[in-house]
Design a binder for this molecule. Structure first.
Ligand code: GDG
Length: 479
């Protein structure tokens, strides 16, 4: 067994919750990249002397571990070739499309796989160094699926959890992967494997039975060495109260009004917010909206679509192609349907501070979330959290994990353009009473089930699975 470190709780994720940024004068500094995951885990990390292992972005730079906000951060370096083969290649051009219903064609390259193995090994070795005797290690997402097994071999004393943020595909698709067995065995190093939905957990257990040959019963896998692994659903959520507070702030309220003014105060503002990703269904939704104008249901004076598309994975070819397609479509639509000062679509290829995002959510009457496949989709929940007056409408794809909980949204099939048009129109025409009935029910769900509840339920389940091993994770001190 490797000698142990001092951290009682270790997070292993592809990214650190900070970015290394270069300032105009050439100096560099760490800047927090706060996402839902960090805010969920921060209190638990603080209460447990937690350490976060991840890549800070950039290449070929070694950084010493440092402390930030009561967490100890351990930056992992990556070579330019690893970024290309492991991150852009195997993670984002093999696993990402394969796990999202083959919305794009996955590429299989043996040298990408080799890089995936070696990066996973380095992360596992680092986790083995920093974790204390009997510590809890929580590994995150599709970039790190081999870490649980590698870590268990190095440190059998640890309690290991794994959480997959994206869908886990059905056997019929997963079995295309030349390294399918290695991935399944990698995940089986964990005591608890968490998924967004129970369908993902069931796909995993079925594949383990078929491909690895282990005995399974319901959500349990029995390994020959006597250990068992549980696979279960833990739908992720957001820091609901923090979003609501932001939405209620005077600055955000003022900014939301400014946005509506600049848009010309149309009757209805439609909004899309996504990473620019082919899984998100941006093209189809913009087409559906434009056809409603062409069909004469409303005019550019009545309705406008604001689409925020955050730049993402720009080195990957399929993402470049998508960007060009959306650029062309928006150009066509605005060229054909827009008037002076009145484009049909406001297309913003940029990333904004959280406060501005909240202002967009406040300014929008109808939020349009139409992925072809999405693990959860936090944008849908953020919109609901920001509508504290119980107004606003959500049009949501059945293929987003969030559709399991947000049943009162206008649910659509993103492959069915006519169905999508009908739902957009219904949401456009719905009266206040109808919109409020739906929104209030969804707000209840998002308020009761926030990201802290998600993290607590995963970690307490993990502690129960291995009660005799190691120390318990101390609950977060709520302020
Ligand atoms: C993966 C899974 C799962 C976006 N643009 C800006 C910005 N965002 C924020 C949103 C939201 C987050 O990014 C995106 O989360 P999603 O859940 O919508 O989608 P993915 O990035 O694909 O996330 C997904 C999630 O992991 C968590 O498990 O739900 O299914 O694919 O929080 O607000 N934030 C800021 N500026 C932007 O321009 N500040």
């Amino acid at each position: 067994m490797a000698s142990s470190g001092s951290a009682d709780l270790v997070i292993v994720a592809n990214r650190l919750p900070v970015d290394r940024v270069t300032l105009p004068d050439g100096t560099q500094e760490w800047r927090p990249s706060p996402g839902g995951l960090v805010s969920a885990l921060e209190p638990i990390m603080r209460a447990n002397d937690g350490t976060w292992i991840g890549w800070p972005g950039g290449t070929d730079q070694d950084h010493e571990p440092f402390d930030a906000d009561g967490m100890s951060l351990v930056p992992m370096s990556m070579t330019a070739q690893e970024v290309e083969y492991f991150y852009e290649g195997f993670a984002n051009a093999t696993l990402w499309p394969l796990y999202h219903d083959l919305v794009a064609k996955p590429s299989f390259h043996r040298e990408w796989w080799d890089a995936y193995v070696s990066v996973n090994r380095r992360f596992a070795e680092r986790a083995a160094e920093v974790a204390s005797e009997g510590a809890t290690v929580w590994v995150h997402d599709y970039q790190m699926q081999l870490v649980p097994q590698m870590l268990r071999e190095l440190r059998p004393d640890l309690r290991i959890g794994f959480y997959l943020h994206i869908p886990f595909p059905p056997a019929e698709l997963f079995q295309q992967l030349p390294w399918r067995r290695q991935i399944l065995e990698g995940l089986l190093g964990a005591d608890l494997v968490g998924f967004q939905l129970s369908g993902g957990a069931q796909n995993f257990v079925r594949l383990v039975r078929q491909r690895v040959g282990h005995k399974t019963h319901r959500d349990l896998v029995y390994l020959p060495d006597g250990r068992s692994v549980r696979a279960a659903a833990f739908p992720i959520s957001i820091d609901t109260a923090a979003y609501e507070d932001l939405a209620r702030s005077e600055r955000v309220e003022k900014r939301a009004q400014e946005i509506r003014d600049v848009l010309g105060n149309p009757r209805r503002v439609f909004l899309g917010v996504d990473r620019l990703d082919y899984t998100k269904g941006i093209y189809a939704r913009l087409r559906a909206f434009s056809e409603l104008i062409i069909d004469g249901h409303f005019d550019v004076e009545d309705a406008v679509f604001v689409q925020v598309a955050t730049p993402s994975r720009e080195q990957v070819e399929q993402y470049r192609i998508l960007r060009d397609e959306i650029d062309r479509l928006v150009g066509h639509i605005n060229g054909d349907l827009g008037r002076i000062g009145r484009p049909a679509i406001h297309y913003l290829h940029a990333s904004y501070p959280r406060e501005e995002m909240a202002a967009f959510y406040r300014a929008a009457d109808i939020m349009v979330v139409t992925p072809f496949r999405d693990g959860m989709n936090l944008v849908a929940k953020e919109y609901v959290a920001c509508r504290y007056e119980g107004d606003g409408a959500l049009v949501l794809s059945e293929f987003a994990g969030a559709a399991d909980e947000l049943r009162q949204a206008w649910l659509i099939n993103p492959y069915d353009i006519n169905g999508m048009k009908a739902a957009l129109l219904e949401a456009y025409r719905a009266d206040d009473k109808e919109r409020s009935r739906r929104m209030k029910a969804m707000r209840k769900t998002v308020t009761q089930h926030d990201v802290a509840a998600w993290a607590d339920s995963f970690l307490s389940e993990l502690s129960e699975l291995r009660p005799s091993h190691g120390k318990s994770v101390r609950p977060a001190k709520r302020s």
